[in-house]
Ligand binder design. Sequence first.
Ligand code: NI
Length: 167
Amino acid sequence: MAILKILHYPDERLCRAAKRVELVSEVTRKLVRDMAKTMYAAPGVGLAATQVDVHEQVAVIDVSEERNQLKVFINPEIIASSGEKECEEGCLSVPGIYEMVRRAEKITVRALDENGQSFTLEAEGFLAVCIQHEIDHLHGKVFVEYLSRLKQIRIRAKLKKRLRETM
Ligand code: NI
């Protein structure tokens, strides 16, 4: 298993929309394993393939305290949603930035697992937030795009400054 390099906002590759996985193969499963390892090592609660510069609809999430309940979403689609809730979000691609984002409170998601089996999951609370956040990544959207233009400019400036300092 390999730890993959995570792209940082405002890298334009984060804006690419991922393609659907036509066949869940051993290659897909290796990607899932590497993404899980990368997420746990970061550490983070979710990671979309887009963030590691693979533009396929694959995401991994683990919101458990014990870090032992990996959820794999291939070709995820939100088929129902209700309510609204504001929650503080962060992102491995936007290090050190935490902002409030308004999203659906409850969702039903349909996806394939790492064996290519279709499943549906009803989620609420933090898990629902994470699923919506990761699906956004697969559509080329980073959570800061929900913020005001001024905030986005400030976040870009902050991350560029930090990047210069670490080079
Ligand atoms: Ni993210």
